[in-house]
Write a new protein. Structure first.
Length: 187
């Protein structure tokens, strides 16, 4: 049996390979799933994505399944509880940003729908950014800068252009599978 060619970043860790093969780069249109991914990308800032993947179930348990209605009402008591939770990344700013993000999400969802708000930044269609096997991956793009500014204007935190670009890749707004990858163009 021939081994599949994958994007080099996923390596051989079974969790990372499964994430690459089953999730990363596939267009996600569900508002709640987009919210969860954006919040997890914020927690990833300064860390590797595998660190977040290994703790994702802990995050889901600690953050009430990333239910924005629940999280929007959380405050200092929940922050202190979460700061003591070894199953997540214990960073006060990122925890509080999740609560602020939930409130911003609810406002956007009521106004136009969070998925619509996110996807309009790429014309509602994934962008194919891979023309070849690039040796220097992009950290941000003009579209991620615009999305970052739009999210910040709505009240989100930990959504700089690099984080938003990683989010855009993860949720399939941008097809960044290497052209040699078996999943390139299979969103």
């Amino acid at each position: 049996m021939t081994a599949l060619t994958r994007c080099g970043w996923c390596g051989t860790d079974p969790l990372y390979v499964a994430y690459h093969d089953e999730e990363w780069g596939r267009p996600e249109r569900d508002s709640r799933a987009l919210f969860e991914c954006l919040m997890l990308e914020g927690f990833q800032a300064g860390l590797s994505w595998i660190t977040i993947l290994k703790r994702r179930e802990g995050f889901r348990a600690a953050f009430a399944g990333f239910d924005p209605v629940v999280l929007a009402g959380w405050g200092e008591a929940e922050t202190l509880r979460l700061l003591a939770d070894p199953g997540i990344i214990r960073h006060r700013g990122k925890i509080e940003a999740t609560f602020a993000g939930a409130r911003a999400y609810l406002a956007i969802e009521a106004r136009e729908g969070f998925s619509q708000f996110i996807w309009k930044h790429v014309g509602s269609q994934p962008i194919d950014s891979r023309l070849g096997d690039l040796t220097q991956p992009q950290a941000q793009t003009p579209a991620s800068v615009v999305l970052s500014k739009a999210l910040k204007a709505e009240g989100f935190k930990f959504v700089g252009p690099t984080i938003t670009y990683a989010f855009m890749q993860a949720v399939g707004m941008v097809n960044d599978h290497m052209v040699s990858c078996a999943w390139h163009g299979k969103g």
